[in-house]
Design a protein around this ligand. Structure first.
Ligand code: FCB
Length: 605
C-alpha cells in the first residue's frame, strides 16, 4: 500500500514528456542572430601521437582476463592526425558555416614531465587559435578532457586533493599563453562521466570499481574546477573571459514506471550523477549517496556561482532496473520501443529539453558544448539533428538562456573505450588516407546553421534584447509609452491596410490572442505603417478587430525593430521585464501557434 502511494507520487511528479513528432515540423526552427554555432573535438580523440598520458597507458594494457581494454584492440595512434591537419579541418568548419570551435589542449604534450613545459606544444595551440580567428572562427578551449600526463596519474591523479595544485599550475600556463585571443574556457569536461567510467564501471583509466573512491574523485574534480575558475579570474584577461564547467546530463528514468525500486534508484542516480553538481554550484553543499555503496558529504562555499556559463553535454537517458542485491542493486536496460543509436543511447530529444530545464537552475547562460549521434550507417543522423535542435529551439522559446550549440563531433574520432567503431563525425574520416567526407545526414545541421534566424528575417532586434522605447499614438488620440506597460506582456503587431498577409492574420490575432488573453492582462497593439488616421480607422472597421491600433508616421516605430524597407506582418512579444521574447514574420500557422504557446506560458508564469 505504502509502496503504491510512493510510486503514484513519483508517477505524478515526474510525468513522461512525449511530443507528437508527426505534427511537429522539426526543421522549422529560428535561432537568434548571435547564436553560437560550433563543433567540438577533444585532443586525445583527434590529434594523434599522444603517447604520454593515462589513456595511452590504458590502450596498451589488458584486463585481468587478458582482454584488451579498448573495443577491437584499437589504439588512438595517429587518430585523425588533427595535430597536423588542423588547417584543413578549419576549412571543413567554414564549409559547415559554423563560427566556433571547441577543442581541448593536451596536458601531457604541454607538460610532459612535472614542471617541464614544452614551448612548441604551447605554440602549436596558439597557432591553432590564430588560424581559427583568421578564418572567422572563435576558439573555445577545454583544459581537461579526460586525459592528463602519466606523471600526474602516477602521483594519484584526482584521487588526491593535494594534486589539484598541479592542474591549477598547468591551467595558468595555458591561460597566460592564450587568454588574449580565447574568450571562452571550459575547465573540466564531464567530471561525472570521468568518475563513473573510471571509478565505478572501470572502463576508463584507472579502471577501478570503488563507489566510495568515485565519490572522492568527484569531490576533487569539482573542487579543482572551483579553484581553477577562481584562480584564472585573478589573471590578466580573467575578468573578460567566460569560464565554465562542462556538465554531462544523462537522466536516469525507471524502466518500469510502476516499480518503486526502479524509481527510487533512478532518483539516487540522478542525484549522484546530475543534481549534486548543480547543488554544489548553487548552495555549496555536495552529497554523494548510493544505498549500500557510498555516502559522502562536503561543503565548499567557494563553489557557489563559480562559473560564468555552464557547458551542457547531452546525448540521452538510461533506463534503470532495480534488483534486491546489495552488490548490484541496479542495471541499465534498453527498451525495444526506442530508436537506438550505435552507442547504447536511444534517440530522446525530449530529454534534451529536460536537461536544459534542469541545468537552468544554475542561473547562468547555457552553452551546449556537446550533442551528437554515433551512426555508422548515417540513417538516423538527420532525424537526430532535426529533433534535438527542435527541442533546443523549444527550450529557447520557453525562456531558457541557451547561447550556443556545439555538435559532437566535427570528424570521426577515437571514441574512448569504444575505439574507432563509433562514428560521431559530421565528416567521415578514412583513417588510412586521412580523407574527410561530409556525411549526407550532416546537411541537416549545416542547413539549420545557415538558415535565417528568427531575427535575421529583416529584424534588427534579437530575442533577449530589451525592446526599444516608443511613444505610441492610438487612433482614438490617446498617447502612451511602451515602457508604461512594464509588468505586463505586450504583443506589437506591425500591419498596413494594403498588406494581404496582415489581413489574413488579423482575425486570428483578434480571436486567438486578444479575446483569449485580454482578461489576463495581455496588451495587444496593432501598429499601422505610415498611413493617415482615416485610412487606419477604415481598415480597422473592415477587418473587424477590436484591439487598439496606433499610428506610425514615417515608419519610425517600425524601423526601431526591422529594416525600414522590409515587410510588415510581424509580431513582437515582449515579456513583463520589457525583454523581446518572440518574433514572427509573415503568417506561418506553426510559428503563430508557437507564439500563442509562448504567450500562454508567460501568462501562467
Ligand atoms: C562525451 C565525451 C566526448 C565524446 C562523447 C561521445 O561523454 O565528452 O569526448 O566521447 O561523449
Amino acid at each position: 500500500m505504502l509502496w503504491g502511494l510512493v510510486t503514484a507520487y513519483y508517477i505524478l511528479s515526474y510525468p513522461e514528456i512525449r511530443w507528437d513528432w508527426k505534427t511537429i515540423k522539426a526543421d522549422k526552427v529560428y535561432f537568434p542572430n548571435n547564436f553560437m554555432w560550433g563543433t567540438a573535438t577533444a585532443a586525445h580523440q583527434v590529434e594523434g601521437n599522444n603517447t604520454n598520458n593515462n589513456w595511452y597507458n590504458w590502450e596498451h594494457q589488458k584486463d585481468s582476463n587478458g582482454s584488451p581494454r579498448i573495443h577491437n584492440k584499437d589504439k588512438s595512434g595517429i587518430a585523425a592526425d588533427h595535430w597536423n591537419l588542423y588547417n584543413n579541418d578549419i576549412g571543413l568548419m567554414n564549409d559547415l558555416g559554423v563560427k566556433y570551435y571547441r577543442f581541448s589542449v593536451e596536458w601531457s604534450k604541454i607538460e610532459p614531465e612535472k614542471g617541464v613545459i614544452n614551448k612548441d606544444a604551447l605554440d602549436h595551440y596558439r597557432n591553432v587559435c590564430t588560424a581559427l580567428i583568421d578564418s572567422g572562427l572563435t576558439p573555445v578551449v577545454t583544459l581537461h578532457h579526460f586525459t592528463h600526463p602519466m606523471w600526474f596519474e602516477n602521483l594519484g591523479g584526482f584521487e588526491k586533493a593535494e594534486n589539484i595544485k598541479y592542474f591549477i599550475q598547468f591551467s595558468e600556463i595555458v591561460f597566460n599563453r592564450l587568454s588574449d585571443i580565447v574568450p571562452i574556457w571550459c575547465t573540466i569536461n564531464e567530471p561525472a562521466v570521468y568518475v563513473s567510467q573510471g571509478y565505478f564501471n572501470g572502463v576508463f583509466p584507472p579502471g577501478k570499481r570503488d563507489p566510495t573512491l568515485a565519490g572522492y574523485v568527484m569531490k576533487n574534480l569539482l573542487n579543482a574546477h572551483v579553484r581553477v575558475y577562481r584562480h584564472l579570474k585573478t589573471l590578466p584577461n580573467g575578468d573578460a573571459a567566460q569560464i565554465g564547467l562542462v556538465k554531462n546530463i544523462t537522466q536516469f528514468d525507471p524502466l518500469r514506471r510502476w516499480h518503486v525500486l526502479d524509481w527510487y534508484l533512478s532518483q539516487r542516480l540522478n542525484d549522484v550523477f546530475n543534481n549534486n553538481t548543480i547543488n554544489l554550484l548553487t548552495t555549496g553543499q555536495f552529497d554523494f549517496y548510493l544505498p549500500t555503496m557510498a555516502d559522502i558529504y562536503f561543503k565548499n562555499d567557494n563553489a557557489i556561482n563559480a562559473l560564468d556559463f555552464i557547458g551542457l553535454n547531452y546525448y540521452s537517458r538510461m533506463h534503470v532496473k532495480g534488483h534486491l542485491s546489495p552488490t548490484a542493486p541496479f542495471t541499465f536496460e534498453l527498451r525495444p520501443q526506442d530508436t537506438q543509436t550505435d552507442m547504447p543511447y536511444a534517440i530522446y530529444p525530449e530529454g534534451f529539453y529536460r536537461a536544459v530545464k534542469n541545468i537552468s537552475k544554475l542561473n547562468v547562460p547555457i552553452i551546449i558544448t556537446e550533442n551528437g549521434i554515433a551512426d555508422d550507417k548515417d540513417d538516423r543522423r538527420k532525424l537526430f539533428i532535426e529533433r534535438y535542435l527542435y527541442a533546443l529551439y523549444k527550450s529557447i522559446l520557453d525562456g531558457y538562456d541557451v547561447r550556443g550549440y556545439f555538435y559532437w563531433s566535427l570528424i570521426d574520432n577515437f571514441e574512448w573505450a569504444e575505439g574507432y567503431m563509433m562514428k560521431f563525425g559530421l565528416y567521415e574520416v578514412d583513417f588510412i588516407t586521412q580523407e574527410r567526407k561530409l556525411r549526407p545526414g550532416s546537411h541537416a545541421f549545416s542547413k539549420i546553421v545557415n538558415q535565417p534566424g528568427a531575427d535575421k528575417r529583416g529584424y534588427i532586434v534579437s530575442i533577449g534584447e530589451k525592446a526599444p522605447e516608443l511613444l505610441l499614438e492610438y487612433t482614438d488620440g490617446r498617447k502612451i509609452h511602451l515602457s508604461d506597460f512594464r509588468g505586463k506582456i505586450v504583443v506589437l503587431q506591425f500591419t498596413a491596410s494594403w498588406c494581404s498577409v496582415c489581413i489574413q492574420e488579423m482575425p486570428h490575432l483578434e480571436k486567438d490572442v486578444w479575446q483569449r488573453f485580454k482578461d489576463d492582462g495581455l496588451i495587444l497593439i496593432g501598429i499601422d505603417r505610415d498611413e493617415p488616421l482615416e485610412v487606419v480607422q477604415k481598415f480597422q472597421k473592415k477587418v473587424g478587430t477590436t484591439y487598439p491600433i496606433a499610428l506610425d508616421p514615417g515608419a519610425k516605430h517600425f524601423s526601431k525593430f526591422a529594416h525600414k524597407n522590409s515587410g510588415v506582418t510581424r509580431n513582437i512579444v515582449i515579456d513583463k521585464n520589457g525583454k523581446i521574447v518572440f518574433l514572427t514574420r509573415l503568417f506561418d500557422k506553426e510559428e503563430f501557434q508557437n507564439m500563442i504557446d509562448k504567450i500562454e506560458f508567460l501568462i501562467k508564469q
